[in-house]
Design a protein around this ligand. Structure first.
Ligand code: G4P
Length: 547
């Protein structure tokens, strides 16, 4: 630990960190809310006004050319901004369904998550998938119901849906007053205050005015009108009697989700949410998903994401490290656990959109982007002092497979280099068939859009053109057996045995029938439901989930 940093300073620094991710289905408003959080954090001064919103979206979180072409966010970014005395690290997660694998990994670096839902749509498919990962990792969830400026479902209905689909209880911290163009404010249940919003015609580009008044203030009835006032009193009473009381321990255990209502586009409800969130969300030392003691004086961290060529002007690759303890200092030396080598942690970057600020010092909860000349892998641990335990970063079963066909055989070397790096980044998984004497390279992905990213990046970053010949396999299973008759399995035309980068065999099955038939034919074969090293993802809250 740096000599100048006392234990007290470190405790204070760690205690004011809030590291979280937003989980949502595409179009729920994640980009809009992110921008508004930056506005309220003072990191930007005008939201969405300079360029069109689509263009602004690219400016905030999209780097890759491909993303610009498709108008979707392919890779995650990390935004750091202050809010009051807190230091917030927002891990941006890609919203497109096909890129969920990257998102899953990002959650390993989060201490809490904000589940954003569209009031008209409730819990959607992508939200559910991400929620399961949060639940598995014991990440507390804060729910923000967005688009209250539109008509949608009733708040009580949404509470029921959360319980039915996600299996957790919710506790509204605030309660909406009106909906659609009648959405006027929220009632803050903890402070027993009504908060009325006034956009003053800024269309959400600036911080809005808010007026607070106690519920028993005689003005409230006049301001809301008798009907809305009666309705609010009724709702508040119902929630008090029938709802779950607020319990911070249950929130931190992931059993109860604090619920907020708002409209990111008009800024209504953004500040009440942010104020309560920073107060309730765990700091790294309070998080349940704790990797090591965050105030441990020795530095430690793990790589949860690797990203190449974020800025076309510098051809570089960054390894994103979530700091888990101690103090990070620019250019410090640390041990890379996997290779047992001492390395210099060079060119650290803290990410704020595409402006990179040099990070001189960072603490547990912070994310630093390290310059990576190809030495890191996802899941790598780095530390000084005593070694720390490994973090499990889930790997996911690939669901789509293709053979890589190279156009120009002389470029095989570049191809191998590109595939190697892109598999270390987690863009795709690479498999070979050494036992069959085949030179074919097979790639596997969780979402098919990853194949497009692969082609595009090989072409633009490694100057190799490829064709991908899709393989018709629907299921994959790693096996536990150390010995098995690979040749016999390979003779069947309904399955194929390939080897992963650690030379572990993976069985690919054409369809359900092939999977079941193989189980019958080879009863001694132990097929693993998840990739090796990944804990039982499918068993959560006593429910069985299929990933
Ligand atoms: P995403 O990142 O989750 O995919 O969502 P994004 O913020 O891009 O928002 C998706 C659409 O929903 C956008 O409209 C956005 O303006 C709108 N939106 C976000 N928050 C709110 C809200 O609180 N209320 C309402 N009414 N709409 C909201 P779009 O038409 O697709 O894009 P644009 O033309 O507005 O840029």
């Amino acid at each position: 630990m740096s000599a100048e940093i006392s234990e007290k300073v470190m405790e204070r620094e760690v205690g004011r960190r809030r590291t979280f991710a937003i989980i949502s289905h595409p179009d729920a408003g994640k980009t809009t809310l992110t921008e508004k959080l930056l506005l309220y954090g003072g990191a930007i001064h005008l939201a969405g006004s300079v360029k069109s919103r689509r263009a602004a979206k690219h400016a905030v979180s999209d780097w890759m050319e491909l993303e610009k072409q498709r108008g979707i966010s392919v890779t995650s970014s990390v935004l750091q901004f202050p809010y009051h005395d807190y230091s917030i690290n927002l891990l941006d997660t890609p919203g497109h369904a096909d890129f969920s694998e990257d998102t899953y990994r990002t959650l390993a670096a989060a201490d809490s998550a904000v589940m954003l839902m569209d009031v008209a749509k409730g819990v959607e498919a992508q939200t559910l998938k991400l929620f399961k990962v949060c639940a598995m990792r014991k990440i507390p969830i804060f729910t923000f119901v967005n688009k209250m400026d539109r008509f949608g479902r009733k708040p009580l209905e949404l509470m029921e849906e959360i319980e039915d689909i996600l299996g957790i209880r919710s506790c509204p911290i605030n309660w909406p007053v009106g909906q659609g163009n009648e959405f006027k404010g929220v009632y803050d249940r903890l402070n027993e205050e009504l908060i009325l919003f006034d956009s003053a015609g800024s269309h959400g580009s600036k911080i809005i005015e808010e007026e607070r008044m106690a519920l028993d203030d005689p003005q409230v009835e006049t301001r809301l009108g008798p009907k809305r006032y009666e309705q609010l009193l009724e709702d508040v009473e119902l929630l008090d009697i029938a709802g779950d009381p607020f319990d911070l321990e249950r929130v931190r255990d992931g059993e109860l989700t604090p619920m907020f209502f708002g409209s990111a586009i008009t800024n209504f409800g953004v500040r009440p949410f942010l104020d309560a969130f920073v107060d309730m969300a765990p700091s790294p030392d309070q998080a349940r998903q704790k990797h090591t003691e965050p105030t441990r004086p020795d530095f430690s961290g793990f790589v949860f994401k690797i990203q190449a060529n974020m800025n076309p002007a510098h051809r570089d690759r960054l390894a994103f490290v979530r700091i888990t303890s101690g103090v990070f200092e620019k250019d410090m030396q640390a041990q890379l656990k996997r290779t047992e080598r001492q390395i210099k942690l060079a060119y650290p970057q803290q990410m704020m959109a595409s402006d990179r600020e040099m990070a001189d010092q960072a603490f547990a909860g912070d994310i630093v982007g390290l310059y990576d000349p190809g030495r890191f892998r996802i899941g790598d641990m780095i530390y000084t002092g005593e070694p720390i335990d490994d973090v499990d970063i889930p790997r996911f079963m690939p669901e789509h497979f293709a053979v890589v066909e190279i156009q120009d055989a002389l470029k095989r070397k570049q191809l191998n280099k590109g595939l190697n790096q892109l598999s270390e980044e987690g863009t795709i998984q690479v498999f070979r068939q050494p036992e069959k004497g085949s030179l074919d390279i097979i790639v596997g992905a969780v979402g098919i859009l990853q194949f497009e990213v692969l082609k595009f990046r090989l072409e633009h970053e490694y100057n190799v053109e490829i064709r991908l010949r899709r393989l018709d396999f629907q299921h994959a299973r790693w096996i536990e057996n150390e010995e098995f008759d690979e040749a016999a399995l390979n003779r069947a035309d309904y399955l194929k045995v390939v080897h992963d980068r650690d030379d572990l065999p993976l069985l690919l099955f054409r369809n359900n029938w092939a999977l079941n038939y193989t189980k019958q034919q080879y009863p001694d074969l132990v097929l693993l439901p998840n990739p090796p090293g990944t804990p039982g993802l499918e068993q959560l809250h006593g429910k069985r989930y299929e990933f």
